[in-house]
Each structure stands twice: as structure tokens, then as C-alpha cells.
Design a protein around this ligand. Sequence first.
Ligand code: HEM
Length: 453
Amino acid sequence: MPENKVSYNTDKTAKAFLLLAISYLLFALLMGVTGGFQYILPDFLKDKLSFQQTRPLHVYLAISWIFTAAQGSIYYYLPRIANRPIAWKNGVQVHLLLQITISITIIICFFLGYFGGREYLEFPPFLGLFIFASWIPFTINFFRTLKPNYKTAPVYIWNWTTGIIFFFITLSESYLWLIDYFGGNIIRDVTVQWKALGSMVGSWNMLVYGISFYVMEKVSGNTKIAKSPIAFFFYFLGFTNLMFNWGHHTYIVPAAPWVKMVAYIVTMTELLILGNIIWQWRKTLNAALKNYSNIPYRFMMYAEVWIFLNLTLALIMSVPAWNYYTHGTHITVAHAMGTTIGINTMLLFASIFFIIQEELASAFGKIKKWITAGGRITNTALIVFWASLLGSGIAKISAKMEHNSFTEIMKKCAPWFQAFTYSGIIVYIGILILSIAGVKTLRANSIKRTNNS
Ligand code: HEM
């Protein structure tokens, strides 16, 4: 990124967001691996930290990693795009402070066994109000710093705007069950709840895809891609997805068959969108930029592979007739983790390493081999991890079709669970290497900047 005269006085806080995001990720992995051990050793930590605690903790922290890394990246990019400092400097610190306080409270609640929320947001519901409030400074800063002119804005500004607005909408929707009209009727409740969460995934995808667009623009130096008609065509397709793809979560609810068919067709376009965008971008790069040592490029390529793998899986599992069998099996978990690790996490690491590479080229050279090793270990282990979840899902379906007892089902799934847990440990090691590389350089850079100022 070319340095200019604008003072980027919030870079330190933006990096603090990225460091916080990495801490969420490492803690999420620890809880995930603990949960994995509880699959193969059901009594493992049963009295102190049961699976009923490790699962919601893991999922909450994994989602926080995605949102916080996205926010940290956007805080870093905003002044560079707008060519002016962040409008409300103290707002960034207020946001960080609120975010830390809320997550510590949520983690304590989970450890003490205080639940009360719904799937993915299982903490006591009043905390949702604070999460809502913590996004307000971010939103104010986004609009006041950018002052976007949507007629000429590149697609990533549209992505971020949509992601932010829909975060507020979907978070509010996800608490509608507190009103008796929704909570008191099981069909209404399930439909609204899964609609809200499905669209919330759409909102974080908008933030992450926008970041990827920005990084792609900077890596290639080509500003035309983010303003091209094809980019906007795919943006609107993504928007349709955000609004309607949740339908595939509610196949179990009695609804007209055409609703399920529309949901299925819309769902299929989602991953195709991003896959196509990265594919198009790759064609615009020259050989030097496609160099294997270009770290952000490499993480984009990892994401591209995972897009195609998950697209194939989504195609299969969203056929309404097949979804009847796959629903509630580990095939759904494979889809959830395949996309959040393989796509979202790889794209966010592309952004974090892009920031480090641009800022601290000399230190970056020294950690490159660690990033290379971390990326390879994570992605190789992830293939085994993902395949073992699919394997256990298929084993469960076949055992059910043979009308096996619960004990027999578990016996058939056992080898897959072992492969899942052991490969999960290796995924953890790979991401730990990437995280240490990220933390060391982000911290070194902050210290250097503080000393210079
Ligand atoms: C970047 C890393 C990761 C992310 C973003 C992530 C994300 C997620 C998400 C979104 C779910 C919810 C799935 C659903 O609702 O179907 C989940 C569940 C789970 N994850 Fe992960 N995960 C990560 C790594 C790991 C690792 C390394 C392990 C180690 C074994 C693991 C173990 C689990 C377990 C045991 C569950 C619960 C599955 C169940 O409901 O039975 N995760 N994860």
C-alpha cells in the first residue's frame, strides 16, 4: 500500500483487533480439539467442561474470529481507501473495549454453565443487546470515514455496507423467539431462527468477500476488477443468497415444495460466485504475481480449492430428498467447518498476511517459511478432517438404513471420529504456526511504530 501523508492513527487499534481475533481462533481450536476428544473418550473432562459447554464455546469463538478479523482488516483498510484518518478515533477503542468485555463475560457464562440462547448464540440472551451496541461505533466509523458514493464505489464497499446492515437485521431477528408469537410456535420459531442464522452467515460472508476483493485489487494493482459489471452481477447474486439461501436450513419444516426448490437453486449460486471471482482475478495476474512466494495469493488459492470442494458437497446435500438423510449428521458439520476453515479462515489469513507483508516486508521475509509450512500442514490435515466428518455422516446414514441400534451406529462411526480428532490436532498445529507468525509480526510492528512516534 503506498504510504501517503494521511496519518493512519488507528492502525494500532486495528492490529489489536487482529490480535484479538487470533486469540479467539486459538481458543476456539482448543475447545474444538477438547470436543473432539469427547467424541472418542465420552468421559473426558465430563464434570469440569462437558461437550454441552465445549461445543457452544468453540462455535461462539470461531464465529467471533471471523467477525473480529474482518472488522480489524476493515478498520485497517478504511483510512487508506478514504484517504483520510478514521472519523471517530476513540470509537475504535470503545469498540475494542466493549468487544473484549462482552466476550470475557460470554466465556465466563459458558464456563459457569449459564446458557439461555439459541444455537450458535447460546449465551444468556441479554448479552445480544451488548453485541448489537458494540457494532455501533464500527458502523459510525465506516460511514463517516468513507462517506461512500455508491454510484462510483467499488464492489467491496457494497459488500461491507450490506454485511454491516444485515448483521444488525439478522442479530435482531435471531432474538425474535423471545416474543411469544414466534417462540410459542415451533414451526414459526424454527423457520425464523434458521432464517436469521443462515442470513447472518451471509452477512459475514459479505464482509469477508469484500476484504478478498480489496486484497485482490491491491495485489494485482488492477482497480478495474472491483468495478466491473461481472463483480456487481456476482454481488447481487450474493445478496440474493443472503436473503434466500437460508431456505435450505428449513427443509425439515413443512413448507410448499417450490420453497425448497428455490432455496436449493439459490444456495448453489453462492459458492459459485466467489469461485468465479477468484478465478477471474487469477487470469488478470502476471507470472510474477502468481509466484508461489506471494503469500496472500497462495491463501486465496487454498480458499479456491475449498470453494470447489464445498460447492460439490453443498450440491449433493441440498437436494431436498437427500437432505432428509444428511440433516443432523456430520455431513452438515463437514459443510459448516469446511466453509468456515477452508474458505473464511484462509481468506482472512490472506488479508492478515497482506497487511503484514505491506507494512513490514523485512520481518515478513523471515517468517515466510513458517507461513508456508503452516499453510501446508493446515490444508493437508483439513482434507483428512473434512473427509472423516463425511465418512462418519455416511456411516451413520447407512447404519440408520439398516435399522442399527444407537450403540451399533456409534461403533461404525468410531474410526471416523478418531480420524477427525487426530487430524483436528494437526489442523490446530498448522493454524498455531500461522497464528504465531501473525502475532509476532503484528506485535513487533506495533512496538516499532510506538517507539518511532
Ligand atoms: C478455524 C478453525 C475452526 C472453525 C472456524 C470451526 C467452526 C465450527 C463451526 C461453525 C461448527 C458448528 C458446526 C455445525 O453447526 O454443524 C463447529 C463444530 C465443531 N467443531 Fe469446529 N471449527 C474449527 C476447527 C475445529 C477443530 C480443529 C476441531 C478439532 C477436532 C473442531 C471440532 C469441532 C467439534 C467437535 C464440533 C461440534 C460438532 C457437533 O456438533 O457434533 N473444530 N466448528
